[in-house]
Design a binder for this molecule. Structure first.
Ligand code: ATP
Ligand code: MG
Length: 364
């Protein structure tokens, strides 16, 4: 049997720096766990523009469609700010998401004990927190028509349309229920069914899918505003939260920051199942290309490393190995090792990107 394939698009800024550390970890799995991947490197974003005059070539797009998983670093940087909209580095990422039809965006909020005091919340509220927000990524108010700014009488009117079809809700609901079965069998669905028709339909469809296919999973519903409040008050009451594009945008940012630094946050974007039964998938850190620290060996590689852990779990059926990697990260943090972004006001001596990667390999 051939090895699972992984397309690596390191991108720009700190992307290649953090990806280097992930490659050490991939190497470790090949050497020590007999879990080898066929890794192919390619360009995206500004790096692709510099080489080919486009942020994503058709050939790279094709490779992404055929890979078992795509791992992306970050795109963008000041050098590309003056480019035409269609050539901007971010367009490369948007094209990947759109053509791979990645409708389900998974954003974990996981609090490592060693960083629990880093949160703005009290330690007992966040310590041990491990929840997952599933955000619908390809529909809703960000895409609905009609949209635009027009004149009505002598004033301007801005219009967006929140629109969801039954099948769009059903597929993201299924993705959340499937996830729940691999976790703690609990889903909370959030919308505003009290004031929005799309929310009424959302609740109906999620309930129908639940009854017909996932009755073994515990399901609750919450209005998204109440959900936001509960997320700040006592986030550990949740396990998987599923919500639409707009609410998910807000709730996932809020939930993520319960736990501390941008340098710690992984994500996955999943699409429809492929022939092997696993979903199309793109894994990437939440952070951007961080031009202010690029090239200085300061970037925290953990977000990208944890994104690879998500790939192990959701694309390669290696939950135990994903856990091993997360435990290794936890151990390194518990040992007091910190990149600069993880040092609080009391300071300390930071380690470099490469030292953090090496420490995690060592802990593995
Ligand atoms: P984008 O526009 O691509 O979403 P952004 O400009 O909003 O990105 P980032 O590029 O993520 O944000 O950077 C925001 C801040 O966080 C910067 O000061 C950056 O140095 C810091 N930062 C981001 N990622 C990391 C990381 N992995 N390690 C350390 N610091 C980071
Ligand atoms: Mg930026």
């Amino acid at each position: 049997m051939s090895n699972p394939s992984l397309l690596i698009l390191a991108g720009d800024g700190i992307g290649p720096e953090v990806m280097n550390e992930v490659k050490k970890i991939i190497g470790w799995y090949g050497d020590k766990r007999d879990l080898a991947f066929d890794v192919e490197d390619d360009l995206v974003g500004g790096a692709a523009f510099d080489a080919h005059g486009t942020p994503l070539t058709d050939a790279t797009m094709e490779k992404a469609q055929n890979a078992d998983a795509v791992l992306l670093g970050a795109v963008g940087g000041p050098k590309y700010d003056t480019l035409d909209f269609s050539q901007k580095p971010e367009r490369g990422l948007l094209r990947l998401r759109k053509e791979m039809d990645l409708f389900s965006n998974l954003r974990p909020a996981q609090c490592f004990d060693a960083l629990a005091d880093f949160s703005s919340l009290k330690r007992d509220v966040v310590a041990g927190l491990d929840i997952m927000i599933v955000r619908e990524l390809t529909s809703g108010v960000y895409f609905g028509e009609p949209r635009g700014i027009h004149k009505e009488g002598n004033e301007r009117v801005g219009v967006n349309t929140q629109r969801y079809t039954e099948s769009e809700i059903a597929r993201v609901a299924r993705s959340a229920f499937e996830l729940a079965r691999r976790r703690n069998n609990k889903v909370c669905s959030m919308e505003k069914a009290n004031v929005m028709e799309s929310g009424v339909l959302w609740r109906q469809v999620v309930t129908e899918i639940h009854e017909a296919e996932y009755a073994d999973v515990e399901l609750s519903h919450m209005y998204a505003d109440a959900g936001a409040m509960q997320l700040c008050r006592w986030p550990k009451q949740f396990d998987v939260i599923v919500t639409d594009n707009l609410f998910g945008d807000l709730l996932s940012d809020a939930a993520a920051m319960l736990t501390g630094s941008l340098g710690m946050l992984p994500s996955a974007s999943l699409g429809a199942p492929m022939a092997n039964g696993r979903p199309k998938a793109l894994y990437e850190p939440v952070h951007g290309s961080a031009p202010d620290i690029a090239g200085q060996g300061k970037a925290n590689p953990i977000a990208c490393i944890l994104s690879f852990a998500m790939a192990l779990r959701y694309s390669f059926d290696q939950a135990a190995e994903a856990e091993r990697l997360e435990k290794a990260v936890e151990k390194v943090l518990a040992d007091g090792k910190r990149t600069a972004d993880l040092l609080g006001p009391e300071g300390g001596t930071p380690i470099s990107t490469a030292e953090m990667g090496d420490a995690i390999v060592e802990a593995l």
